[in-house]
Write a protein that binds this ligand. Structure first.
Ligand SMILES: [Fe+2]
Length: 162
Protein backbone atom coordinates (compact mmCIF):
# COMPACT_ATOMS: atom_id res chain seq x y z
CA UNK A 1 0.00 0.00 0.00
CA UNK A 2 1.27 3.47 -0.90
CA UNK A 3 1.65 5.75 2.10
CA UNK A 4 -0.40 8.98 2.02
CA UNK A 5 1.65 12.00 1.03
CA UNK A 6 1.38 15.43 2.61
CA UNK A 7 -0.95 16.82 -0.01
CA UNK A 8 -0.96 20.25 1.56
CA UNK A 9 2.75 20.76 0.87
CA UNK A 10 2.41 19.54 -2.70
CA UNK A 11 -0.59 21.83 -3.19
CA UNK A 12 1.35 24.82 -1.81
CA UNK A 13 4.08 24.34 -4.40
CA UNK A 14 1.61 23.71 -7.19
CA UNK A 15 -0.25 26.93 -6.31
CA UNK A 16 3.01 28.86 -6.12
CA UNK A 17 3.97 27.70 -9.62
CA UNK A 18 0.50 28.49 -10.97
CA UNK A 19 0.64 32.04 -9.58
CA UNK A 20 4.02 32.64 -11.24
CA UNK A 21 2.78 31.31 -14.56
CA UNK A 22 -0.32 33.51 -14.34
CA UNK A 23 1.92 36.54 -13.67
CA UNK A 24 3.97 35.61 -16.76
CA UNK A 25 0.80 35.40 -18.88
CA UNK A 26 -0.26 38.87 -17.75
CA UNK A 27 3.19 40.29 -18.45
CA UNK A 28 3.09 38.75 -21.93
CA UNK A 29 -0.21 40.58 -22.59
CA UNK A 30 1.56 43.86 -21.78
CA UNK A 31 4.58 42.99 -23.93
CA UNK A 32 2.34 42.02 -26.86
CA UNK A 33 0.39 45.29 -26.54
CA UNK A 34 3.41 47.59 -26.71
CA UNK A 35 3.67 50.32 -27.82
CA UNK A 36 0.09 51.56 -28.30
CA UNK A 37 -2.30 48.85 -27.13
CA UNK A 38 -1.40 48.66 -23.45
CA UNK A 39 -3.89 48.43 -20.59
CA UNK A 40 -2.50 51.05 -18.20
CA UNK A 41 -4.57 49.77 -15.27
CA UNK A 42 -3.13 46.29 -15.79
CA UNK A 43 0.36 47.81 -15.83
CA UNK A 44 -0.26 49.51 -12.49
CA UNK A 45 -1.76 46.33 -11.04
CA UNK A 46 1.23 44.27 -12.20
CA UNK A 47 3.66 46.89 -10.91
CA UNK A 48 2.15 46.39 -7.44
CA UNK A 49 1.93 42.59 -7.78
CA UNK A 50 5.22 41.57 -9.36
CA UNK A 51 7.58 41.79 -6.36
CA UNK A 52 5.17 40.35 -3.73
CA UNK A 53 4.19 37.50 -6.05
CA UNK A 54 7.78 36.56 -6.81
CA UNK A 55 8.90 36.97 -3.19
CA UNK A 56 6.04 34.83 -1.86
CA UNK A 57 6.77 32.10 -4.41
CA UNK A 58 10.44 32.02 -3.51
CA UNK A 59 9.69 31.96 0.20
CA UNK A 60 7.42 28.92 -0.03
CA UNK A 61 9.73 27.07 -2.41
CA UNK A 62 12.80 27.67 -0.25
CA UNK A 63 10.90 26.73 2.93
CA UNK A 64 8.97 23.69 1.63
CA UNK A 65 10.25 22.43 -1.73
CA UNK A 66 14.02 22.70 -1.43
CA UNK A 67 14.40 21.14 2.05
CA UNK A 68 12.17 18.19 1.08
CA UNK A 69 14.17 17.52 -2.08
CA UNK A 70 17.46 17.98 -0.23
CA UNK A 71 16.70 14.89 1.87
CA UNK A 72 17.38 12.84 -1.28
CA UNK A 73 20.94 14.13 -1.65
CA UNK A 74 22.49 10.99 -0.15
CA UNK A 75 21.25 9.00 -3.16
CA UNK A 76 21.26 11.90 -5.68
CA UNK A 77 24.46 13.86 -5.00
CA UNK A 78 23.77 16.51 -7.67
CA UNK A 79 20.73 17.73 -5.73
CA UNK A 80 22.73 20.18 -3.63
CA UNK A 81 24.26 21.99 -6.61
CA UNK A 82 20.89 21.97 -8.39
CA UNK A 83 19.23 23.66 -5.41
CA UNK A 84 22.03 26.22 -5.21
CA UNK A 85 21.51 27.06 -8.89
CA UNK A 86 17.76 27.47 -8.32
CA UNK A 87 18.40 29.72 -5.31
CA UNK A 88 20.64 31.88 -7.47
CA UNK A 89 17.92 32.06 -10.13
CA UNK A 90 15.50 33.22 -7.40
CA UNK A 91 17.92 35.98 -6.46
CA UNK A 92 18.33 37.06 -10.10
CA UNK A 93 14.57 36.98 -10.75
CA UNK A 94 13.91 39.09 -7.65
CA UNK A 95 16.41 41.74 -8.82
CA UNK A 96 14.78 41.65 -12.23
CA UNK A 97 11.29 41.94 -10.65
CA UNK A 98 12.32 45.16 -8.88
CA UNK A 99 13.42 46.70 -12.20
CA UNK A 100 10.18 45.51 -13.78
CA UNK A 101 8.17 47.18 -11.00
CA UNK A 102 9.72 50.56 -11.87
CA UNK A 103 9.20 50.10 -15.61
CA UNK A 104 5.57 48.97 -15.26
CA UNK A 105 4.79 51.83 -12.90
CA UNK A 106 6.21 54.34 -15.38
CA UNK A 107 4.27 52.82 -18.30
CA UNK A 108 1.07 52.65 -16.25
CA UNK A 109 1.40 56.33 -15.34
CA UNK A 110 1.88 57.23 -18.99
CA UNK A 111 5.45 58.35 -18.33
CA UNK A 112 7.61 55.54 -19.74
CA UNK A 113 11.31 55.81 -18.99
CA UNK A 114 12.43 53.52 -21.80
CA UNK A 115 11.56 52.82 -25.42
CA UNK A 116 8.75 50.30 -26.12
CA UNK A 117 11.38 47.99 -27.62
CA UNK A 118 13.48 48.11 -24.45
CA UNK A 119 10.40 47.59 -22.25
CA UNK A 120 9.31 44.62 -24.38
CA UNK A 121 12.77 43.13 -24.21
CA UNK A 122 12.80 43.52 -20.43
CA UNK A 123 9.34 41.99 -19.99
CA UNK A 124 10.10 39.02 -22.26
CA UNK A 125 13.47 38.43 -20.61
CA UNK A 126 11.74 38.20 -17.26
CA UNK A 127 8.76 36.02 -18.09
CA UNK A 128 10.73 33.66 -20.31
CA UNK A 129 13.27 33.15 -17.53
CA UNK A 130 10.54 32.57 -14.91
CA UNK A 131 8.67 30.16 -17.19
CA UNK A 132 11.85 28.10 -17.76
CA UNK A 133 12.58 28.07 -14.04
CA UNK A 134 9.04 27.04 -13.08
CA UNK A 135 8.94 24.36 -15.79
CA UNK A 136 12.13 22.84 -14.40
CA UNK A 137 10.80 22.88 -10.85
CA UNK A 138 7.47 21.39 -11.96
CA UNK A 139 9.01 18.65 -14.09
CA UNK A 140 12.01 17.77 -11.90
CA UNK A 141 11.64 19.04 -8.35
CA UNK A 142 7.96 18.50 -7.65
CA UNK A 143 8.14 14.76 -8.48
CA UNK A 144 11.30 14.51 -6.35
CA UNK A 145 9.51 16.26 -3.50
CA UNK A 146 6.63 13.80 -3.74
CA UNK A 147 9.13 10.92 -3.70
CA UNK A 148 10.92 12.40 -0.67
CA UNK A 149 7.64 12.87 1.23
CA UNK A 150 6.54 9.31 0.43
CA UNK A 151 9.89 7.95 1.62
CA UNK A 152 9.67 9.95 4.84
CA UNK A 153 6.11 8.77 5.53
CA UNK A 154 6.97 5.15 4.72
CA UNK A 155 9.87 5.39 7.17
CA UNK A 156 7.60 6.80 9.86
CA UNK A 157 5.00 4.08 9.26
CA UNK A 158 7.58 1.27 9.45
CA UNK A 159 9.02 2.70 12.70
CA UNK A 160 5.49 2.92 14.14
CA UNK A 161 4.74 -0.70 13.14
CA UNK A 162 7.93 -2.13 14.64
FE1 LIG B 1 11.58 28.64 -7.87
Amino acid sequence: MIAPVSEDRLALISQSHARQMSLCDDLEVIADGLPSNVNLQLCLHLARAVCPTVAAAHEVEERVLFPAVKTLSTTLPDIDSMIERLRWEHFEDMCFAEELHDALLAIGRGEPTMTPEAAGYMLRGFFESVRRHVAFEREMLSPLMELALRKAEAGRLSRTAS
